[in-house]
Design a protein around this ligand. Structure first.
Ligand code: PGA
Length: 245
């Protein structure tokens, strides 16, 4: 059976609390007019706006954009998985390329983060993907295999979301082609344990204009969306929610 589609809005370091409330109102109005069934929707705001981005009617859930590798204690500036759960999150993003690249998060720390996420009963949205240079060197599959290794202690019976986000496609306006994404989806399905409850997302310059072709042509289960998700209507368009009359 085809799993329910999943669309995740990653706001990154954008939006105040008031803006988050306006977003939630606009998205809520759009969803209220949409015929069921709705796809699964997730919003990943900054920590400060989690409460404001919440849907009182639970038509979307919340994700933390990041999570601490430690359980609790003297880690100034960190937010634990238990705190994310307490703030109403269902998911936590782990291994986003911006965290890997700008904050030097490597496999050991990411494996710790995954463990904390599971302890707190959250579902990880584990991101991976090759750089332009790695792709040019024909290393895409090897890079993905290495990044999948980080999941080796993740419980295989637990639901998992994996987001394929080629680094060269993130925020560049240069999305992967449906064929590129399909090839990564095949590789990832082969690498991840057979029979695992895993949903695969594509991320990197998804827009309302390219979303449909990417979804149809790639065999992905949905998208992790950055820039285009900052507009609630852009996010809803990509998720295939009909426009308001
Ligand atoms: P983008 O970002 O949609 O702005 O390319 C995607 C992501 O980083 O998750």
């Amino acid at each position: 059976m085809k799993s329910r589609r999943l669309f995740v809005a990653n706001w990154k370091m954008n939006r105040t609390r008031a803006e988050a409330r306006a977003y939630a109102t606009a998205l809520g109005e759009r969803l209220a007019a949409a015929p069921p069934p709705l796809p699964e929707l997730v919003v990943a705001p900054p920590f400060t706006a989690l409460a404001d981005a919440r849907d009182p009617s639970a038509r979307w859930s919340l994700a933390g954009q990041n999570v601490a590798a430690h359980r609790q204690g003297a880690y100034t500036g960190e937010v634990s998985a238990a705190m994310l759960a307490d703030a109403g999150c269902r998911y936590a993003i782990v291994g986003h390329s911006e965290r890997r690249r700008l904050f030097a998060e490597g496999p050991a720390v990411l494996a710790e983060k995954l463990a904390r996420v599971r302890e707190a009963g959250l579902v990880p949205i584990y991101c991976l993907g090759e750089t332009e240079e790695e792709r040019g060197d024909g290393l895409t599959d090897a890079i993905l295999a290495g990044q999948v290794e980080t999941l080796s202690n993740d419980p295989p019976e637990a639901p998992l979301v994996v987001a394929y986000e080629p680094v060269w496609a993130i925020g560049t306006g240069r999305a992967a082609t449906p064929d590129d994404a399909a090839s990564a989806a095949r590789t990832l399905r082969r690498l991840l344990a057979v029979g695992r409850d895993v949903r695969l997302l594509y991320g990197g310059s998804v827009t309302p204009d390219n979303g449909e072709a990417l979804l149809e042509g790639s065999g992905m289960d949905g998208f992790l969306i950055g820039g285009a998700s900052l507009d609630p209507n852009g996010f809803a368009d990509i998720a295939g929610i009909p426009p308001l009359a």
